[in-house]
Write a protein of this length. Structure first.
Length: 117
């Protein structure tokens, strides 16, 4: 059922008042500010990988195993940061039929839906 002209006008006035009062909330709700944290996270990840590879090579040149291991761990952490869940879209999970389920299936379903609550 569509809104009447009066209701649309009231809704637009409320939206303008909200955006004037709290623009940060509006950008959070509309998703306008989502690209900036993702971009900075990716830049940090690239920096970590480059620094890690440089440290790894420095450890190899200096023949210091410990420094090489630190460099490898730093590069691996950067790669993990780049491909981690925060930058990946959530995939829709297939729902199971709601028939008789074993205890394990019920626990798995509760585990899968823990974030929705």
């Amino acid at each position: 059922m569509p809104l009447s002209e009066h209701e649309q006008k009231v809704l637009e006035d409320m939206e303008r008042a909200l955006s004037a009062e709290d623009p940060k909330l509006v950008s959070t709700l509309t998703g306008a500010g989502a690209a900036k944290p993702m971009r900075s996270r990716l830049l940090l990840a690239v920096f970590m990988v480059i620094l890690g590879i440089g440290t790894l090579l420095g450890g190899l040149i200096a023949k210091e195993t410990f420094i090489g291991v630190i460099g490898f761990a730093l590069a691996l952490a950067g790669i993990y940061l780049a491909v981690s869940r925060a930058s990946a879209p959530k995939l829709a999970k297939q729902s199971r039929p709601k028939g008789r389920q074993s205890l394990i299936q019920r626990l798995e379903e509760r585990w899968d839906h823990r974030e929705d609550q």
